[in-house]
Design a protein around this ligand. Structure first.
Ligand code: MN
Length: 499
């Protein structure tokens, strides 16, 4: 499955023809050097492509429309080297539809104290030109990321790289396809949502199949392929048989191998990027998909349990946004299960019936076969492990009836205090910021779900930027959250987003 295109970002420098050829030549040289420097810096996940200086309404309109039409272009980075009268930008910006970054930089880092004269001032006036341009973008109410600083500074390049990942999340959202192998669980509210509105807002195509359409694929997997996949599992994971007969254990694992192969083929044939299941709608499946779904998530598929397509979509996007990060710590579907409320040790044990992505695992991963307390199928095989330590971001996309809200909580993942030998599922344990008491209260006040899309490799800022680009409400719960202000923020947002 494709987890990341070779996206590019166009670097568009603004100026005007008032300055004369000599000056415009320098503008072009400077912007080419900046692009070269950005690409050579090693901080950007995607290539920056230099474009000729934009000095007229016609060239701005043409270039921004070309960016719209270029499949590999995931966004435009704009920078006004000199003054670029902003009325020239109106029509181009009106027609532009992709993520926009305003890189507020200048070619020289330091004022050249000994040399500076009025020619230099006229040639290097980003401080001036970028304000004119910024004004029109604000007046037109166009969402953009503003990044300020010298282009060669590694921390600026990191910010640009981080925005690029958000922009790719926006682009990928526009053609995300979610396969529902089962409807939302009966009577459950928070996993429901308006699929038409989701397509309008996010671009998601959310289809439904009878589970038995996928079961046909599972049953058609040749035995040789299933055996080979089981061998692969046996070579990759430790086996915890709990005293079960070796042959019966292997047979239980083989059921999941067939589901993994069959489901993957089903999703590939339908060009789907995310999938949901429901433990109560398993049709001809012998086991609830556990190990199979865990492996599909690891390959980059989004997942949501009990028909939760909103979380499935977010897991997929967050996986794409983190694609290719060196030393990535992982992204998964998770569920708030149970608390530790001992003072000083507060936290939430995260797990699911089975389906936690092994990318978040630390150390050894094992296979176990255990009964489920819910559903009516054979004991399913699953991967078990504990998750890494460190900061992460937990998100919940909810439908409030008249709008979507993305709740974003910074969390600190920790080792659980003690092992839990009788718990046969993968787990994470985290304390929400600013602490359990305020974090959980704010989450509940905002209407957040028990399901989350979680990542160690994304920041609160990236998720907020994504929500802004989508035109939806986002609320952040982090170290600065206090409940009185948070409650007011929700009240004010309800007015702002009404409609
Ligand atoms: Mn659940």
């Amino acid at each position: 499955m494709e987890t990341g295109k070779k996206y590019q970002f166009w670097f568009c420098t603004g100026s005007q023809d008032l300055y004369g050829d000599e000056c415009l030549k320098k503008v072009a040289e400077h912007s080419a050097k900046i692009v070269e420097g950005l690409n050579a810096g090693g901080k950007l996940p995607y290539e920056v492509v230099w474009k000729p200086t934009l000095i007229s309404q016609a060239s701005i309109r043409k270039t921004l429309n070309e960016a719209n039409g270029d499949e590999l272009c995931a966004g435009v980075i704009t920078w006004m080297h000199t003054f670029s009268p902003a009325k020239m930008w109106i029509i181009g910006l009106q027609e532009y539809r992709k993520p926009l970054c305003h890189l507020h930089t200048q070619f020289n880092e330091e004022i050249p104290y000994d040399e500076i004269d009025m020619d230099f001032m006229n040639e290097n006036q980003s401080a001036h030109g970028d304000r004119e341009y910024g004004h029109i973008v604000s007046r037109m109410g166009i969402e953009r990321k503003i990044i300020v600083g010298h282009w060669a500074n590694p921390s600026l390049q990191e910010k640009l790289g981080s925005w690029m990942r958000t922009a790719v999340g926006v682009m990928e959202s526009s053609h995300l396809r979610i396969c529902r192998l089962g409807d939302n669980m009966n009577n459950v509210a928070v996993t429901e949502g308006d699929k038409v509105e989701a397509q309008i807002k996010f671009g998601w195509e959310i289809d439904h199949y009878n589970i038995n359409d996928a079961v046909e694929y599972v049953q058609a997997v040749p035995k040789g392929e299933v055996d080979a996949r089981v061998e692969e599992y046996y070579g990759s994971y430790r086996l915890i048989t709990d005293g079960r007969d070796e042959k019966a254990f292997r047979e239980a694992v083989a059921v999941q191998a067939a589901i993994e192969i069959g489901f993957e083929k089903f999703l590939e044939d339908g060009n789907y990027h995310a999938v949901v299941t429901h433990f109560g709608m398993l049709g001809g499946l012998r086991q609830l998909p556990g190990l199979a779904i865990q492996r599909l998530m690891e390959k980059g598929y989004g997942f949501g349990a009990e028909g939760d397509w909103k979380t499935a979509g977010m897991v997929r996007l967050m996986k794409i946004m983190t694609a290719g990060i060196t030393g990535a710590k992982g992204t998964s579907f998770l569920e708030d299960y149970t608390y530790n409320l001992v003072p000083g040790k507060e936290g939430i044990l995260q797990a699911h019936m089975l389906e936690v992505c092994p990318t978040i695992a630390e150390g050894e991963i094992s296979i176990r076969v255990n009964p489920l307390t819910m559903g009516n199928r054979e004991d399913p095989a699953r991967l078990i492990f504990t998750a890494k330590e460190g900061r992460g971001v937990a998100t919940s996309l909810v439908d409030l009836g008249n709008r979507f809200r993305l709740i974003i909580n910074e969390v600190m993942c920790k080792k659980a205090e003690k092992p839990m030998p009788k718990l046969p599922v993968a787990t994470a344990f985290w304390t929400p910021e600013p602490n359990l008491e305020t974090g959980a209260a704010a989450w509940i006040m905002a209407g957040g779900a028990h399901h989350t899309a979680f990542s160690y490799d994304l920041s609160v800022e990236q998720m907020c930027d994504w929500a802004d680009a989508m035109g939806i409400e986002s609320v952040v719960i982090d170290k600065d959250t206090d409940l009185r202000s948070f409650k007011n923020e929700l009240r004010w947002n309800s007015i702002y987003f009404r409609g």
